[in-house]
Design a protein around this ligand. Structure first.
Ligand code: AMP
Length: 361
């Protein structure tokens, strides 16, 4: 169903996925007067805790999907690995924003990189690998070090093995679990950045400033807004993200993760068709948060301004870090966000904290 008619406040926004991103989308939607209905397989999800309705069902449960579609006016998502069949089932009744094409591209690293190259968005060199011999050949062609990744369902560095020597290809293939893989040339980067863009059904695009992302153990640790990069690199990064959103005819909030190489080139690493951990700072430091933009785009409302009211630093609270809440609350400059997760497993994203760092330039 293609419509650019606004879906007015009071309507119901369906959200696929129940994690913290869904929770923050739901909070932003509630502020604009929408009800939210969460669809996810887990009971007691962070998103359902703050929403008007929930469906706990498998993403392939067509009957549950149809009932969900009947209750909502538009669907958005916080999780890109939703099976395409779910999106196709819902699209018969209700707009799904972002839609199947963006998910298809984001779900498979080979499809994603082929797509990016097809629109002249630079990426690192890569080869597909279906067995250990392919990995060895790719390592010889691309050189070492290189990185073997699963093409599907990898996140936060899971399903990734660094190869330092072509002789290690067999072991890397076994370690990665023998699934179809992608071998990527290793990028000797100066920094990792991301650009978030919002795009409405009418083609309006709004971009946030590029931010720098620092990882620890492959998980995002800190985001610094804005990234300390030259104006030329920033302009290029925003252009790449905007072109990617336009080429996908994207509707919603798109996150584009990039490497800035030591010689100032910008390479796209991956895209996420949803609000992103590196945009949490926008809640406290921008005129419109990334979550509100996702809601505005899905509901065909005018997008808000992405201007910063302050520079900012965001730090994730993983596992037991969240137990620091009394100390963080005592810090008058700390904006604390907790996700309502009962169990603090090591590495689990339990919350985040943002500090404002003075006025933007
Ligand atoms: P990804 O799951 O692709 O986001 O990768 C997780 C992290 O691994 C990235 O944020 C980088 O720090 C690192 N990484 C991934 N791919 C490469 C690469 N081709 N070269 C160097 N570092 C990489």
């Amino acid at each position: 169903m293609a419509t650019h008619e606004p879906i007015p406040p009071g309507a119901t926004v369906g959200i696929l996925g129940g994690g913290q991103l869904g929770r923050m989308i739901a909070l932003a939607a509630a502020r604009l007067g929408y009800r939210c209905h969460i669809f996810c397989p887990e009971a007691d999800s962070p998103a359902a805790q703050v929403s008007a309705a929930m469906t706990v069902a498998d993403y392939e449960d067509r009957e549950a999907l149809r009932r969900f579609a009947a209750d909502v006016d538009v669907v958005t998502l916080e999780f890109e690995n939703v099976p395409l069949v779910a999106v196709e089932t819902l699209t018969a009744t209700v707009p799904v924003r972002p839609g199947a094409r963006a998910l298809e591209v984001a779900q498979d690293r080979i499809v994603e990189k082929d797509f990016l190259r097809s629109i002249d968005v630079p990426t690192t060199d890569y080869r597909q690998a279906e067995n250990a011999n392919d990995v060895a050949a790719a390592a010889l062609e691309l050189g070492t070090p290189c990185v073997l990744k699963t093409t599907r369902f990898g996140y936060d560095g899971k399903g990734q093995v660094r190869i330092d020597d072509a002789d290690a290809a067999e072991a890397a293939w076994a370690e990665m679990g023998g699934q179809i893989g992608i071998v990527e040339a290793f990028v000797d980067f100066d920094c990792e950045i991301s650009v978030l863009v919002a795009r409405g059904p009418d083609g309006q695009v709004v971009s946030y400033c590029p931010v720098e992302n620092r990882h620890a153990n492959h998980i995002l640790d800190t985001t610094i807004a804005p990234a300390n990069i030259s104006d030329a690199v920033a302009v290029q990064a925003i252009d790449l993200a905007t072109r990617t959103a336009e080429a996908l005819d994207y509707v919603g909030l798109l996150a584009v993760e990039m490497f800035v190489t030591r010689d100032g080139a910008v390479l796209v690493n991956e895209i996420a068709p949803r609000p992103h951990n590196s945009g949490h700072w926008t809640i406290d430091a921008c005129l419109t948060s990334q979550f509100e933009q996702a809601v505005r785009a899905a509901c065909a409302l005018p997008l808000g301004s992405a201007d910063r009211v302050a520079d900012a630093e965001m730090k994730n609270l993983l596992g037991d870090d969240a137990a620091r809440w009394p100390e963080l609350l005592a810090d008058p400059g700390a904006h604390l966000h907790l996700y309502g997760k009962a169990e603090a497993r090591p590495g689990r994203k339990m919350g985040h904290v943002t500090w404002l760092k003075g006025n933007p330039d």
